[in-house]
Design a protein around this ligand. Structure first.
Ligand code: CUA
Length: 139
């Protein structure tokens, strides 16, 4: 049975190119700090009124450490890491991603209620992992 399962996964991944919805956009992890738009992490407003938020997750912090967005905003997050694999979880939302070196992961969320949301790393990434957090202020 194990061999059958491995064959099914192998065929799906390599023949049918079925992969998790992450890793759709590649980035050189050694050049994250000089690659736009990750050279200036933060919030960008789009012409349609929605927002894009670019985040760099690194040992042991998120950049930007504080994000301020108006209530009701639709925000698409773009996350990458220049060093090791981190987690990207925003409490009281469905935002739950991995920040993987070499890849940009993305997820969209509409912040309907005001408040301060905690962004935490939920993947063990080293000695300071438990201190790796940031906040999103919905105003
Ligand atoms: Cu970054 Cu745990």
């Amino acid at each position: 049975m194990l061999i059958v399962f491995l064959c099914i996964i192998g065929v799906a991944a390599f023949e049918d190119n079925i992969n998790p919805p992450s890793g759709l956009q590649a980035i050189d992890p050694t050049k994250v700090v000089t690659t736009p738009p990750f050279d200036k992490p933060g919030l960008r407003k789009l012409p349609d009124g929605s927002y894009e938020a670019y985040y760099v997750a690194q040992v042991f912090s998120f950049n930007p450490p504080v994000l301020k967005v108006p209530a009701g905003s639709k925000v698409t997050f773009y996350v990458t890491s220049p060093d090791v694999v981190h987690g990207f979880l925003v409490t009281h939302t469905d935002i739950n991603m991995m920040a993987v070196p070499g890849w940009v992961n993305t997820q969209t969320h509409v912040f309907r209620s005001r408040g301060t949301y905690l962004l935490i790393c939920h993947e063990y990434c080293g000695i300071g992992h438990q201190n790796m957090s940031a906040t999103i202020e919905v105003q």
